[in-house]
Design a binder for this molecule. Structure first.
Ligand SMILES: NC(=O)c1ccc[n+]([C@@H]2O[C@H](COP(=O)([O-])OP(=O)(O)OC[C@H]3O[C@@H](n4cnc5c(N)ncnc54)[C@H](OP(=O)(O)O)[C@@H]3O)[C@@H](O)[C@H]2O)c1
Length: 359
């Protein structure tokens, strides 16, 4: 496998830092370009990040003195220097949309953590274990953009990764309705306890835009490529409440589900234990060996104990039981900045390379 040259756009931010950290010893990807806002451009990566470094491991030595480029004004230079970029920037939605198209049109594939293109009907939003086939839309997107290599692919919102992976293997039973309450870590807001002291000993019952994403994005993942668009599924009907809790990393979801044809508890556990998904056959370096992990203990999964399972890429489940209003309820957990952000994007990039969309 060749080594791909990779740019991280938004490298100074929380997700950008996570990218450079998890890519430090990646077998396929070499980070060669770092880009951020004009505030950081021209500085070394170490200077530009300064006291904002929020990872538990040190900044990769080989990147400390790399000069940060201007993500908006150096598009052509960056696109020419790398095989593809990861993008995670804090800008207005329409600016992000334009920026990602600018890279794609400069023939540089974009693997994005931003939400700007998640609703674009020919942009695949992929959790590799679930809907790896949605990348089939890329030739249609390239046709629309007039590109040969360039395209945009996105990963979904971090909250979804704690419950959609558990529902997907159960689709054959006809999922009618899902009610989910998420308990989301502060790193999902790009924060630490030092930078967000109000979150110590506190719960905040609002995360802007999160409930809409948690209800709508799963329908694209459950959707189908038809012609030159991805058509969203119309079921299940989702309703969500998303709550910020005083946890550093790891989003938990309490899920209630109603089926058309109710499976037995044993059938659900068997589906979860044996679910592999399409991406499994590519043997991707960041893929967990066991995607869905069910814990029989009543007090599990726990954010602190299980978020790091399989380098933070596995999904932890527990407490599956019958409900009085819905058919079943259960609890899910995933690492929001690994599986839910940078790790999920790296896995998607690996899939795109393995499928030949990034060459
Ligand atoms: N945190 C998470 O868990 C998470 C999960 C999934 C998705 N996301 C998404 O990922 C994106 C980044 O999130 P984050 O938490 O990493 O944000 P962040 O820590 O605030 O970092 C933002 C990054 O964007 C750059 N930036 C800001 N304005 C820019 C401009 N005008 N031109 C170019 N670059 C600019 C910043 O550069 P400077 O340092 O130079 O200002 C920085 O590198 C957001 O879209 C967010 O919704 C975050």
């Amino acid at each position: 496998m060749k080594k791909y040259k990779v740019g991280v756009v938004g490298a100074t931010g929380m997700v950008g830092q996570r990218f450079v950290t998890i890519l430090e010893n990646h077998p396929w990807f070499d980070v060669t370009v770092l880009a951020a806002s004009p505030r950081s451009a021209g500085k070394t990566y170490k200077e530009a990040v300064g006291a904002r470094w929020a990872m538990t491991t040190p900044m990769p030595k080989n990147l400390e003195d790399v000069i940060v480029l201007d993500a908006v004004n150096n598009v052509n230079e960056i696109a020419a220097a790398v095989d593809f970029i990861f993008c995670a920037v804090d800008m207005k939605k329409d600016e992000i949309r334009e920026l990602e198209y600018a890279y794609a049109k400069a023939e540089c594939p974009v693997v994005s953590n931003n939400s700007a293109h998640r609703g674009t009907s020919d942009v695949p939003m992929v959790v590799p274990e679930l809907n790896a086939n949605h990348t089939e839309i890329i030739p249609m997107q390239r046709k629309r953009l007039g590109t040969k290599r360039g395209f945009v692919a996105v990963k979904s919102n971090c909250s979804l990764q704690s419950y959609v992976p558990a529902l997907y293997p159960l689709m054959e039973y006809g999922i009618e309705r899902v009610l989910v309450c998420t308990y989301q870590a502060i790193s999902g807001a790009g924060k630490t306890f030092e930078r967000w002291p109000e979150m110590v000993d506190n719960v905040i019952p609002y995360i802007g835009g999160e409930e809409e994403k948690s209800e709508q994005e799963p329908l694209k993942i459950f959707g189908k490529v038809e012609g030159d668009v991805i058509v969203n599924a119309t079921k299940p009907a989702f309703t969500a409440q998303c709550i910020r809790v005083p946890v550093s990393d790891g989003h938990t979801a309490a899920v209630f589900v109603e089926f058309k044809n109710k499976p037995s508890k044993e059938e659900i556990l068997e589906k979860w234990a044996n679910y592999r998904g399409d991406a499994y056959k590519y043997n991707l370096p960041s893929a967990p060996k066991q995607f869905l992990n069910y814990f029989v203990e009543d007090n599990m999964p726990q954010a602190k104990l299980h978020r790091g399972l399989e380098n933070g890429m596995a999904i932890s489940l527990g407490r599956l039981r019958e409900d009085t209003q819905y058919d079943y309820k259960f609890v899910g957990l995933s690492h929001n900045t690994l599986r839910g952000a940078a790790g999920g994007a790296v896995l998607l990039a690996e899939l795109l390379c393995a499928q030949g969309y990034i060459d």
